[in-house]
Ligand binder design. Structure first.
Ligand SMILES: [Fe+2]
Length: 311
């Protein structure tokens, strides 16, 4: 067993010597916070991934995880040794000790929105950054709109949870590469019945839902047509979040003003407005849309302001 101390690792990083710092935890932990320069391979996938990602068996490698109570760095270390890597060290202090010594980490809080809600990384839809979210429930994970491009990063993220996958499509045109999830992971795709004939729909949904459909006791569908006939909002009652798709979006701290910005993609704006009003009957603090910005707090009063402006 070869170990490296916090001081030793700090020295190694400062020396600018080439080495591989390997975060052995799940991708969600890695995205949340990792040591500077670290890459991520979860210990569970070490064998299949290291063989592709670390081709030099003599490379200097340091594994780490959360700290003394987490075994991921040790498991990663052992697998690498078994695979024939000659120059592996374990940093068992992990993020806990690194932080305790006051050293800097890289943080990405934007990926974690609530305790069991994540923003799915790096989504691009027609050259625009868009959002897809993941909710972890007890016996499944639910993606709010699927991946536009299913990359390794996304697959790691999904595999980390290791649960059956469901995909809530906020409306017809958001499928992207969701079909790959359907084929490769037997993900079940959910879409509102009225978007089954949407002209932009590129996927065959498994379940057609209607207003009031419940994914779990915390997650209920509200049918909010306007942008498309089937546009739906998902209400996460536990976290007080509205996943609004293209129905209501955030822009510069306000509601995206679909009255002002008509470019032909807004749909039936009168109907959209009426259904925006309806959301005020529910309890929520955040709006997480498909396009543009999230509204991370006070979303209900921001929506109320918008409604007042046009009522
Ligand atoms: Fe849309």
């Amino acid at each position: 067993m070869r170990e490296i101390s916090t001081r030793g690792l700090k020295k190694l990083i400062d020396s600018k010597k080439k080495f591989i710092l390997l975060d052995c935890r799940g991708i969600d932990y890695y995205l949340w916070e990792h040591l500077p320069g670290a890459m991520n391979i979860r210990w569970k996938y070490m064998e299949e991934k290291a063989i592709r990602m670390i081709t030099d068996k003599k490379a200097l490698i340091v594994t780490y995880c959360d700290g003394f109570t987490c075994m991921a760095s040790l498991k990663g270390y052992k697998t690498l040794k078994k695979m024939g890597y000659k120059n592996v060290f374990e940093y068992s202090g992990g993020t806990a000790d690194w932080n305790a010594q006051g050293f800097k980490t890289i943080k990405n809080p934007k990926y974690r929105i609530a305790e069991n809600v994540y923003r799915f990384p790096n989504q691009v839809f027609y050259d625009e950054q868009v959002n897809s979210y993941l909710i972890e429930e007890d016996d499944f994970i639910l993606l709010i709109d699927g991946p536009q491009q299913l990359t390794d990063e996304h697959e790691d993220f999904i595999l980390y949870f290791d649960k059956p996958i469901k995909v809530f499509m906020s409306h017809g045109p958001t499928a992207g590469e969701t079909e790959l999830l359907q084929k490769k992971y037997r993900a079940k795709i959910f879409l509102h019945k009225k978007d089954e004939k949407n002209e932009w729909l590129t996927i065959k949904p498994d379940v057609l839902f209607e207003d009031g459909y419940e994914f779990s006791k915390n997650l209920r569908v509200i049918h909010t047509p306007g942008h498309t006939r089937g546009s739906s909002t998902l209400h996460d009652m536990k976290n007080k979040v509205m996943f609004t798709g293209d129905h209501i979006e955030g822009k510069d701290g306000k509601i995206y003003d679909f009255f002002k910005h008509r470019d032909g993609t807004e749909g039936d704006i009168k109907m959209r407005f009426e259904n925006a009003k309806r959301l005020l009957e529910y309890d929520f603090e955040k709006i997480l849309p498909f396009h543009y910005d999230i509204i991370p707090k006070k979303a209900k009063s921001i929506l109320l302001e918008f409604i007042h402006k046009y009522s």
